[in-house]
Design a protein around this ligand. Sequence first.
Ligand SMILES: CCCCCCCCCCCCCCCCCCCCCCCC(=O)SCCNC(=O)CCNC(=O)[C@H](O)C(C)(C)COP(=O)(O)OP(=O)(O)OC[C@H]1O[C@@H](n2cnc3c(N)ncnc32)[C@H](O)[C@@H]1OP(=O)(O)O
Ligand SMILES: NC(=O)C1=CN([C@@H]2O[C@H](COP(=O)(O)OP(=O)(O)OC[C@H]3O[C@@H](n4cnc5c(N)ncnc54)[C@H](OP(=O)(O)O)[C@@H]3O)[C@@H](O)[C@H]2O)C=CC1
Length: 515
Amino acid sequence: MSTIAAFYGGKSILITGATGFLGKVLMEKLFRTSPDLKVIYILVRPKAGQTLQQRVFQILDSKLFEKVKEVCPNVHEKIRAIYADLNQNDFAISKEDMQELLSCTNIIFHCAATVRFDDTLRHAVQLNVTATRQLLLMASQMPKLEAFIHISTAYSNCNLKHIDEVIYPCPVEPKKIIDSLEWLDDAIIDEITPKLIRDWPNIYTYTKALGEMVVQQESRNLSIAIIRPSIVGATWQEPFPGWVDNINGPNGIIIATGKGFLRAIKATPMAVADVIPVDTVVNLMLAVGWYTAVHRPKSTLVYHITSGNMNPCNWHKMGVQVLATFEKIPFERPFRRPNANFTSNSFTSQYWNAVSHRAPAIIYDCYLRLTGRKPRMTKLMNRLLRTVSMLEYFINRSWEWSTYNTEMLMSELSPEDQRVFNFDVRQLNWLEYIENYVLGVKKYLLKEDMAGIPEAKQRLKRLRNIHYLFNTALFLIAWRLLIARSQMARNVWFFIVSFCYKFLSYFRASSTLKV
Ligand SMILES: CCCCCCCCCCCCCCCCCCCCCCCC(=O)SCCNC(=O)CCNC(=O)[C@H](O)C(C)(C)COP(=O)(O)OP(=O)(O)OC[C@H]1O[C@@H](n2cnc3c(N)ncnc32)[C@H](O)[C@@H]1OP(=O)(O)O
Ligand SMILES: NC(=O)C1=CN([C@@H]2O[C@H](COP(=O)(O)OP(=O)(O)OC[C@H]3O[C@@H](n4cnc5c(N)ncnc54)[C@H](OP(=O)(O)O)[C@@H]3O)[C@@H](O)[C@H]2O)C=CC1
């Protein structure tokens, strides 16, 4: 029997960000391994015209929860969706709900955050810093609380090269930032943002670092742990391989590459691609929840869950395997044939952007105009290239994350827990994982049917022929123009033609002699 699974039995667990990528996988695993847990409270806001209940039903009706419904048929009754907006005072939670949360919660997993790199400082601070402080305040009023698990990111200190499992101080106190944002207007905030974030690459990573500082400062006598995952990718094993549900991180790049929109990227091929499967992160979260509650470490422990130091893969290897998978299982209706040129040189990257991205988009838009349709490709391409430029920082550098606490925890688990809550990334086979990842993007994100593969392959063949035809025509036009203008080009041309003629004559003569 798993000690960790038994620990969550009968518990009331509060999850923020449960409707997000990580949150859904966390809920799934909790219900599957501890179906006798008491209740999972989730803080949810209505969104996209859906009520809280509709959002919960949609999650439970997804393929991700198929196995859960077998082991925990009354899963609907065990989720209690509480109306909450983390941007509001007291999260806009009703008095009755707040009372229930305060008196019943045993464990908190705080996953909610804005993960957008280009969010405004005001909004990112509100969600990633102030809301964390508010939740800690709530936690301090929970008599039954055993552990508070805060999800941060391995990149919260990406301005450093070597990162230990400690909380690093930020140059400006979070409290000062929270206070000043209350009275500064948006224009001034925009002006001071670059000065505040200094060598952090974006507002997201900076506010996640502030969030960690808040956790340290407001920890009081709570049992708290911080988990720092690197780039969270599709599921590796559980509940099935390849599950993904948003376009963040590598997912959008895989789509853009598979559809032939993105064919070159400014990336350092040998830099470590520190992707970590989402189920591995969730397993660590549950193990940390148990360890923090049972062993009550004296200080706040930080756990890194990364792949680079244990089982490194680089962007080149990842790109090659992604392309190899597209050969076997192509995406439907690609714009061009998938390709992956990695270059760390800015000039080459701009060349590829002009030739491989912008020019085809302009040509396609001309075609749309000529056929009476609205051009859209140039706009789409510009947005894609903007997105890619925001990710560049992370694909041109490598970091070293120490993992002493994570390894210590692994050694504390029983063999059964090591199996059920496996977070040993050394066992990951990258080639197999990447293939399942691409397949998962096709099935669960793009919702493409496997029956469409033969047609997609046909289309790729047609695209290859168009590509060859286009290149040959371009070469002939260029050559014709050159010959018309330069005597030297004409001489070279006549030399080549006469050489070919002589070679063919010789070949014909010698084969006649043999006969
Ligand atoms: C030739 C290429 C070779 C490729 C080889 C094969 C692939 C190999 C694997 C992948 C290689 C490299 C990529 C990996 C990069 C990973 C870096 C991740 C960095 C980790 C940092 C920390 C991790 C975390 O802690 S949190 C999670 C990370 N957070 C995010 O990823 C959020 C990032 N996204 C944003 O901030 C926004 O979406 C933004 C600013 C990028 C765009 O915002 P905008 O307001 O313009 O609009 P959106 O509606 O959000 O999207 C616009 C448009 O862009 C498309 N899109 C969005 N995100 C991505 C994406 N990640 N990749 C590609 N495309 C994306 C989106 O679909 C929209 O398209 P439309 O058609 O216009 O709707
Ligand atoms: N994905 C990744 O690669 C990595 C993620 N992380 C961290 O993991 C955590 C989870 O990330 P992930 O699941 O990928 O992110 P998602 O963007 O998928 O999920 C974010 C969650 O936060 C919720 N949320 C956002 N704003 C509010 C609000 N105002 N009120 C209530 N809820 C809100 C969202 O709710 P709604 O559905 O209503 O929008 C959603 O449930 C984050 O803390 C992130 O920093 C760390 C490293 C890498």
